[in-house]
Design a protein. Sequence first.
Length: 289
Amino acid sequence: MRITVFGATGPTGRQLTGQALTAGHEVTAVTRRPEKLSPRAGLTMARADVTDPEAVEAAVAGSQAVLSALGGPLTRRPVEVYSTGTGHIMAAMHRQGVKRLVVVSSSVTDPRWRPSNAFFFNHVLDPYVNRVLGRTVHEDMRRMEAAIRAGELDWTIVRPCGLFDHPDVTGYVTEEDSADGLFTARSDLAAAMLAQLTDGSFVHKAMGVVTTQVRPSIARLIWTETTRKRLFRAPRMAECLSWAPSCTSPRCDGGSFLVRGLPVAFKATRRRGRGSSWSPRRPGSARRP
């Protein structure tokens, strides 16, 4: 099948693109930075911004299905990338006669989502991080979902929980609307999305995806983020505890992670001739300039 992937260079988009090519699909990978992708058989790279309707339509032309992994970190600023970008994608699909659409959203958009055995998350983290600090992101996701439901495409809205990197696809769980769990591996999210190209179980429905066989490792997360080539500013706690689909935080020199549902903060220190080391830091304590 020939498919178009939006947000192809993000953490989830890379998983989608790689798994789709391995499965034998022909992929048009849409991104503002195609130089981040390596050439592969079956891969066509398209430079486009989802705010540009003409570029979006050119990327959609000739495809049989569209998968969208648009996203970004939590912010208090106004957000429109989900609703505006997906609106342009849907309009292009209508004009090009493409019917199948699979879009990443978030479990936060389901008002009934309350993970079991997660008291601290349900009563502290979720109300503050997702409903206050990330309010504008999730409001735009809801606008996106409403527009998709009102359209005439064969759509599936995919709602992951807290995203983390894992190399392999596991025995993930899917449920209608949202799934009971705290974490979703990006490999599982991508696999669940690709499965919807041939499985009609969730057409015109929202689908929750959770990973149950593995949990995020604090050591692995720290190692992954500190060895990234690009160095970013230190994160806010809200970014590190983000449950938005494509958030790439925490950054390189400190932040917070969830360990068994609880926030654990850390900071990076650099010693002369000895590289970087990690030491615990109390959440809310001052960071050295």
